[in-house]
Design a protein around this ligand. Structure first.
Ligand SMILES: NC(=O)c1ccc[n+]([C@@H]2O[C@H](COP(=O)([O-])OP(=O)(O)OC[C@H]3O[C@@H](n4cnc5c(N)ncnc54)[C@H](OP(=O)(O)O)[C@@H]3O)[C@@H](O)[C@H]2O)c1
Ligand SMILES: [Zn+2]
Ligand SMILES: [Zn+2]
Length: 336
């Protein structure tokens, strides 16, 4: 098969990934082989290429926003047969035996294997995965290139949303409005939750308004008119934590979504933090991923995306890094 291979990390502008012939992966008894139709580019891919994150195997095929069709199923596979549509996210597998896996908290499994980092991912014609970790896309009538960008920001955002325990009729605050918040806003609206968005740029404010936020502004400059039941912070900006938590009423929950964060200072513990829960998003869960994809199908959640051909991956990554693409996502179309 054809695949983009990374052997040695370097700046993406040095063109370190090569489109080459690679061995066709064979599914074991519990695995499926998926013919990849589309795979989105995530900033994490660029961090891996450039060495901001360590290279865990070499050669490596990147890509963890995968949509495709089952082409072959191992002997003991029960839930998928050739022709089924599936998605593959950052979660490639967990051990299934530790205290976390046994209690439905596989996101904390110490043996969490990441697609396109610990194991080969989707910038290839084919990829294999254990059936237990493939996400079913049956009944979701969206094009592969529209589903692919939901596989990382969409699922991560939804897992952050689940941590907020927000229910129908509650008030949810979103701080920062990138692709992740976009998915949460649309899913929350679909579930009957009022969403308040604080972001700085007029482009994001307009986008949030257009997508049904009941209030849009910047809490660092203007007063939020209500007390929130819960909130999520998306950008890695520690300075947002105290302003955000003050907007959440006692008994409420604040979720921090970033994987890194600038220093956090709470100057007034008793007034601003006491009586609220602060939680962090740490990896994603399979059942919540599937739940989100079903909601996305029903609510028709589509993000702006630019589609590139398979041969254009390297140039597309260079453009994503330089911020030249005006759409919030870039997707590689690999097959029909
Ligand atoms: N924990 C996990 O397992 C996991 C998995 C996947 C993703 N994530 C995280 O999810 C987050 C979402 O990423 P994203 O790409 O959707 O969002 P993002 O681009 O990091 O941030 C969204 C928006 O927040 C605003 N913002 C940025 N810096 C700010 C600052 N200093 N103060 C106030 N606002 C600021 C910007 O909009 P304005 O210019 O309009 O203000 C920005 O576009 C990331 O932090 C990522 O690390 C976590
Ligand atoms: Zn990602
Ligand atoms: Zn485990």
């Amino acid at each position: 098969m054809k695949a983009w291979i990374l052997e040695k990390q370097s700046k993406i502008e040095d063109k370190p990934i090569k489109l080459e012939d690679a061995p066709l992966p064979h599914p074991d008894e519990q695995e499926i082989r998926v013919r990849v139709q589309a795979c989105g580019i995530c900033r994490t891919d660029i961090h891996i290429v450039e060495g901001d994150l360590p290279l865990k195997k070499s050669p490596l095929i990147l890509g963890h926003e995968i949509v495709g069709v089952v082409e072959e199923a191992g002997k003991r596979v029960k839930n998928f047969r050739p022709g089924c549509r599936v998605g593959i996210s950052w979660l490639h597998s967990t051990c299934g035996e530790c205290k976390y896996c046994l209690s439905g908290k596989e996101n904390y499994c110490p043996n969490f294997q990441c697609t396109g980092w610990d194991v080969d991912g989707g910038f290839a014609e084919y990829v294999t995965i254990k059936e237990d970790f493939a996400l079913s896309l049956q009944g979701i009538n969206m094009e592969p290139e529209d589903i692919a960008p939901l596989m990382c920001p969409g699922i991560a955002g939804y897992c952050a949303f689940k941590l907020t325990e927000t229910k129908k009729g509650d008030k949810l605050g979103l701080f920062g409005f990138g692709p992740t918040a976009y998915c949460v806003l649309n899913a929350a609206n679909h579930l009957g939750i009022d969403v308040y968005v604080s972001t700085r740029s007029s482009r994001h404010k307009e986008e949030a308004k257009k997508n049904g936020a009941v209030w849009v502004g910047n809490v660092l400059e203007e007063e939020l008119p209500v007390s929130l039941d819960s909130a999520i912070i998306f950008p890695p900006a520690g300075v947002l934590v105290e302003p955000a938590i003050t907007k959440v009423g006692r008994g409420g929950i604040l979720v921090l979504a970033p994987v890194s964060m600038s220093p956090i200072e709470i100057r007034n513990y008793s007034e601003n933090l006491w009586g609220r829960d602060v939680r962090t998003l740490y990896n994603v869960k399979k059942n919540e991923g599937e739940e989100f994809l079903r909601i996305a199908g029903k609510a028709n959640i589509r993000m702006g995306r630019r589609v590139f051909s398979f041969e254009e991956l390297q140039d597309a990554m260079i453009q994503v890094k330089s911020g030249k693409i005006k759409e919030p996502n870039a997707v590689i179309k690999i097959a029909k």
